[in-house]
Design a binder for this molecule. Structure first.
Ligand SMILES: Nc1ncnc2c1ncn2[C@@H]1O[C@H](COP(=O)(O)OP(=O)(O)O)[C@@H](O)[C@H]1O
Ligand SMILES: O=C(O)C1=C[C@@H](OP(=O)(O)O)[C@@H](O)[C@H](O)C1
Ligand SMILES: [Mg+2]
Length: 174
């Protein structure tokens, strides 16, 4: 199997963290669409949104998705990548898409501990817990529609990696 692997899911579900560990386990390269676009723009997410609005950011993240997609590549997407129908279709057709599913409580706990405001400016103007609930309610169906596999992202990162390898039939002890 050499197809690109796309990780999707809400802010804080661990796409960036798990993506790096999954790439190591498979000896694949790792790319994160947010890292790519921030390097390309010379600005962080908050600065892009301030200058160009969310519409500008969404355009840049679709470009990033196209740019980083390659064989033997693990790709951590941003939480809103699935909003565009063309991104969902592109990921499903070009590779294997994995939804890292976690509860609102778990996501809010992680984001409260590590808000990373430059990477995650507010989407709704609400507090973290309310925002996570509102955004997940709006996007959960899109993550499921995009995904070939759903894994439990509330476990420690290495266990999430193991679940993914099992879903891909790349591990023996599942
Ligand atoms: N499986 C996990 N268990 C506990 N904490 C995690 C896990 N995955 C990620 N984290 C932590 O949650 C925060 C967000 O993780 P990150 O990988 O940036 O998520 P995402 O890219 O999906 O927004 C980080 O502080 C990270 O250390
Ligand atoms: O959910 C979202 O709309 C976003 C998630 C962020 O990425 P992470 O999911 O890696 O935090 C980043 O792309 C941007 O702040 C928008
Ligand atoms: Mg991330």
């Amino acid at each position: 199997m050499t197809q690109p692997l796309f990780l999707v899911g809400a802010r804080g579900c661990g796409k960036t963290t798990v993506g790096g560990e999954l790439a190591q386990a498979l000896n694949y390269r790792f790319a994160d669409t947010d890292h790519w676009l921030q390097q390309n723009a010379g600005m962080n997410v908050a600065q892009i949104v301030e200058g160009e609005g969310w519409a500008g950011f969404r355009q840049r993240e679709s470009q990033a998705l196209q740019a980083v997609t390659a064989p033997e590549q693990v790709i951590a997407t941003g939480g809103g990548m699935v909003l565009a129908d063309h991104n969902r279709r592109f990921m499903r057709e070009r590779g294997v898409v994995i939804y890292l599913e976690a509860s609102v409580a778990e996501l809010a706990r992680r984001l409260e501990a590590f808000p990373e405001e430059g990477q995650r400016p507010t989407l709704t103007g609400r507090g973290i817990s309310d925002e996570v609930a509102e955004v997940l309610a709006a996007r959960d169906a899109l993550y499921r529609e995009a995904a070939h596999h759903v894994v439990d992202a509330s476990l420690p990162p290495q266990q999430v990696v193991t679940q993914i390898l099992c879903a891909l039939r790349l591990a023996d002890a599942c």
